[in-house]
Write a protein that binds this ligand. Structure first.
Ligand code: NAP
Length: 295
């Protein structure tokens, strides 16, 4: 029996990875590594056998207990953590010292080409420390529409980004979770490679806001602004600097890069077709609607 520690367990990806790892026919012990065990406990109703361990990326004293007798570490980078030497080197060195050899890292599509992004540095670090690894490199999460971009969508039916006409590959986080769980559960077959997990559509934000309007009957619009204005807009909204920089880079870089490749890895791993943007919007329609006006 393999013991799998999932970091970022309560977030978009972690929850889906756990959901698929916990399917009844799977025979591994799944452990959620979370900052606050009590708060996390009621978040996984479909996974009654899930174990919990206290784990904090920003507190190295939590590492050894969390890593004890773990076979596979599923690692992600929480969006606000960008200092790789400060946080990820001690973490990965502790994992190695505790006998973990296998790491599955949630990276991002194109990480190999873009040395400025933190994911590239983490991939390099994992390799340099001699781990067996799987790098999961997903496209642009459809769920950004229902999380980070949602406040502006709901309040003014607008999306403001520095992305111009750049096309993004839109992928459903549920599909990423399912593909990642397949990679984790057959680690030795897939190890020491990177896997892009994408949807089947590359679309720019004007295309997507049009689709949002069609599906909801509301009038959504996309506004492109320059990257510097975007960075200061985010800062003014209270977004921490590191996160604002990463948001700016991730939405601006595709303007100067080639269109994303579409991969068939999801279908190969699961035997299913990825979610389309329209299917996602139909599923999440209510979330995108403005709140009812109180009488
Ligand atoms: N958005 C995209 O389109 C996209 C595309 C490709 C790759 N990615 C990458 O995906 C990653 C983010 O994944 P996500 O969307 O699943 O993140 P998320 O929803 O923001 O979740 C972050 C998770 O990290 C946990 N966390 C935060 N700080 C922590 C700490 N100090 N110690 C322990 N746990 C901590 C949070 O737990 P709490 O419940 O305790 O807060 C939460 O479970 C990023 O690296 C991003 O670059 C994103």
């Amino acid at each position: 029996m393999k013991r799998i520690l999932v970091t970022g367990a309560t977030g978009n990806i972690g929850k889906e990875v756990i959901h698929f790892l916990c399917k009844p026919d799977k025979e591994s012990e799944i452990i959620a590594g979370v900052r606050n065990v009590e708060r996390a406990k009621n978040k996984f109703p479909d996974c009654p056998n899930l174990k919990f361990r206290q784990f904090d990326f920003e507190d190295s004293t939590s590492f050894n207990a969390a890593f004890t007798d773990v076979d596979i570490l599923f690692l992600l980078r929480p969006p606000h953590i960008s200092e790789i030497e400060k946080y990820f080197r001690p973490l990965l060195e502790a994992a190695k010292a505790m006998g973990i050899n296998d790491v599955v890292f949630l990276s991002v599509q194109g990480a190999e080409k873009s040395k400025v992004i933190p994911h590239h540095k983490i991939e390099t670090l994992i390799k340099s420390l001699g781990f067996n690894y799987i790098f999961v490199r997903p496209g642009y999460f459809m769920q950004n529409l229902t999380t980070t971009l949602l406040p502006e969508i709901v309040s003014s039916q607008t999306i403001t980004l520095p992305s111009g006409k750049a096309k993004f590959n839109w992928v459903d986080v549920q599909n990423i979770g399912e593909a990642t769980s397949a990679l984790i559960l057959d680690f030795s077959n897939f190890k020491n490679k990177a896997y892009e997990i994408t949807g089947t559509e590359n679309k720019n934000f004007a295309d997507v806001t049009n689709l949002m309007s069609q599906v909801t009957g509301l009038n959504f619009r996309f506004k492109s602004i320059n990257p510097i204005s975007f960075y200061f807009k985010k800062k003014k909204e209270g977004v921490p600097s590191d996160f604002a920089i990463v948001m700016t880079i991730l939405h601006f870089l595709p303007r100067v890069q080639a269109e994303p490749q579409i991969s068939d890895n999801y279908e190969k791993l699961t035997g299913k077709k990825p979610t389309t943007i329209r299917e996602f919007l139909e599923r999440e329609k209510q979330t995108l609607m403005p709140p009812p006006i109180a009488k």
